[in-house]
Design a protein around this ligand. Sequence first.
Ligand SMILES: Cc1cc2nc3c(=O)[nH]c(=O)nc-3n(C[C@H](O)[C@H](O)[C@H](O)COP(=O)(O)OP(=O)(O)OC[C@H]3O[C@@H](n4cnc5c(N)ncnc54)[C@H](O)[C@@H]3O)c2cc1C
Ligand code: FES
Length: 505
Amino acid sequence: MSGTRSIWFDTASLPKHRAIAKSTHVDVCVVGAGIAGLSVAYSCAREGKRVTVLERDQIAAGESGRTTAHLVNALDDHYFVLEKSRGLEMSRLAAQAHSAAIDVIEQTIRDEQIQCDFARVDGYLFLGADDTQQLLSDELAAAHRAGLIGVSRKQSAPGFASGPVLRFPGQGRLHPLKYLAGLASGIERLGGRVYGGSRVESIEGGTPAKVKTTSGMVVSAHDVVVCTNGAISDMTTTHVKQAPYRTFVVAFEMKRGAFPDALFWDTPDPYHYVRIQPLDRARDAILVGGADHKTAHENDATDRFDALEFWARGYWPNLGNRISQWSGQVLEPFDYLAFIGANPDGAEHVWLATGDSGMGMTHGTIAGILLPVLMEGAPHPWTPLFDPKRLTTHPAELKALARESIDVALHYAERVLPGDTSDAADIPRGEGRVIRRGMHKIAAYRDARGRLHEHSAVCTHLKCVVRWNSTEQSWDCPCHGSRFDPQGKVIAGPATTDLPQTAEG
Ligand SMILES: Cc1cc2nc3c(=O)[nH]c(=O)nc-3n(C[C@H](O)[C@H](O)[C@H](O)COP(=O)(O)OP(=O)(O)OC[C@H]3O[C@@H](n4cnc5c(N)ncnc54)[C@H](O)[C@@H]3O)c2cc1C
Ligand code: FES
């Protein structure tokens, strides 16, 4: 499958992990080798537990290979918003958790001697054209109340002409692939196993809990931790409380040191985010992200990449050439914080980390701090903050949840509406279209050689109709973010089974 590829894969090489070849019993089995899975596995291995990681593809194959890896204790959804919805105590705990995550990443890099371009840098929040300075004042006061007393208001940021801004000191940035490769080798050094090419098809709670791969291998474990981004152990509870968004990144080349080594993000929704990544002695890459849309609601990535460039050049006119562009998916929970804890269906000894909220580098690391404590049955102050079962009574969040439910309901209605085209002959090479045939919706893809591949267009999770993503060459589900390749093979959960081939396909 083609699609975009992030700059990280052009600037690091990853170890290949072989597939699991025999069934085994361990203390902890982790499913998924992104930042969340490897962070949990590393913590458990450090505690002396026998750990196995099962990854469908290879490490960083999911969103952790597409991130921009700003490491922040600043909340992109703002502390004053969180405080209003969940109260001051939760806001304080969130500040504490994200700060601790950056500290843990820094400590791990030191302990494992991971060369991953990590740096502590300042972060700057600046106003979008339609926002007023009151927003900065509200956020400054709320960040202070949350305990981030180092946050300050400045007239401007380095290399940035228009102020005022809020400065968040002590943030971080790193090369995600290099960091994940370091975590994986740390896990192996501590006796753990990391398997690639090992797709999990079922998870069963119990004593022991059991994980089965599509190749028929069974890993039984005292605890199973599901870190597949869109959780494959919980089919509804977390999925109805979060929405999938596609987000876009463009990278520009600049002379080394010409752009400030800091993080920038602004206040509109969707917001823009900017950082540098050192490339070599002479060059930095400037990464500019944003232009999000709800997954599968648009199919116009080229315009979005261009819009990001246009926006960035408005602030930094001397950016060099565009050298890379890619997109990825984030999961936005109703109250801005990840779901990390016991699997909500009550399956014994099954845990999950999902709902990254665009802050998955710190949320994934938080999973690595919190879940090993919960596995021991010990209390932790962050438990209620990230509890996957949590509900809301806050009117704004109830409204947002209702809006999402209506959107999902509309996608179910699509099953009886006409398709994108009525004639497969209209589908150009390298493109996909949904076709209605009688009562069925067909996901039809024409490959580069002109051959048509037809699968059911009904998502195998909860049966919404998938849509074609031309840029990533995938069938994406607008409801909860499952994704399938042009041949119908699942590439992102919550779906665990492929789109069935139709008789014609
Ligand atoms: C463009 C972009 C920019 C972002 N910028 C930031 C940022 O600046 N800061 C920040 O904190 N966050 C950011 N995020 C979010 C963050 O990168 C993600 O939330 C985070 O990487 C998710 O990590 P994860 O481990 O939960 O999931 P993933 O990295 O997606 O890992 C899940 C893994 O599970 C595997 N898997 C799935 N199903 C199965 C199965 N059935 N069996 C076995 N394995 C399976 C997948 O192959 C994958 O490797 C960004 C995201 C994107 C897309
Ligand atoms: S991801 Fe839930 S219905 Fe498709």
